[in-house]
Design a protein around this ligand. Sequence first.
Ligand code: GN1
Ligand code: MG
Length: 370
Amino acid sequence: MKEIQRKIRSIADEFLLTGPIRSVEIISHGNINATYDVTVDVDGQDRRFVFQKVNIFVFKNPKRIMKNIEYITTHISEKLEASGKSRDLCMHFLHTAEGKNYVMEDQGFWRVSEYVPNTITINASEDLDVIRSAGRAFGNFQTMLSDFDASRLYETIPNFHNTRSRIAVLMRHVNEDPCGRADDVRDEIARIRKLTPLAVRLNELVDSQELGYRVTHNDTKINNVLFDQDTHEAKTVIDLDTVMPGLVAHDFGDAIRFAANTAAEDEPDLSKVALDMDRFRAFAEGFIPEVASALTQLEIKTLALGAFTMTLELAVRFLDDYITGDQYFKTLYRGHNLVRTRCQLTLAEDMFENLGAMNRIVSEIAGFAF
Ligand code: GN1
Ligand code: MG
């Protein structure tokens, strides 16, 4: 902790927060970056900031990523200001004396944002109002960016939600088997192969130009939303590193994958893992009305397919990380990525079975039959 405190001190100085540091606490939700809640004395008043050390194994080009974030937050903040809404509905990053919104260091880069007052993150919730509100927040985020030219954004992780390419990479790594782990996962590979034809359906619709890219968030876990600590209304969408061109079905789907699972993302007891239809409906009720007017009918028709696709894709990504030696996702124990894989695969199979039921709910909310 001493080491971290020293580091935070030097980063604070870079971002012109030169007053005494009152406290440093680790926020440990993300699977990729290291995040700290830091209170600093600014002109005699305690103020909270979020310090984040970004993983450059995952995000290789800090300059371009932080440029994306600058574009996005400026675009949203201007809209909020024009409509007289609170600036707290968007993240705000600090700048250094040279006007940069990040600071480089040996194994990563640092950035600092203002702590949005009176907010909490929620990692999992059975409360349908909370889930519905998260749906509204992600839907609204997308609508705010619907007039932003997606081609201005750098692709921070190439092929991030290219499910077909994710599967191809996994199969290549299984053949190469760099850590001698492939034999443990024959059953999982067979199950993934079985689901592949449906999992690449979104790719096919992009290839045939029936679906087009928009600006999407691409990492829509419910813990990437800040909620008002008293009312539990969603306030701000965070974790903007993967905002780049994508499909609406990816955002809807990834959120369902996480929020509508009856268990945690890494639940080892697979009998607890299933799609919860009430939570599915609640998220859809929040999300769809926010985005519907900007979407084509096909985009709406593919939302439920997105849930299945994102879940299978994450099973593939966790398994790929397991096969290649656990370098991408933070793991808490040996075999953690395999446990995550099995959980996501079980959920994907359940979604496969329930695709019709999910589509009926979407159709009902969107108000047209398909
Ligand atoms: C990572 O950083 P975090 O925990 O919000 C990952 C997502 C995965 C998620 C699974 C950049 O998100 O794609 O869905 O873990 N982010 C990146 O929990 O790979
Ligand atoms: Mg996150």
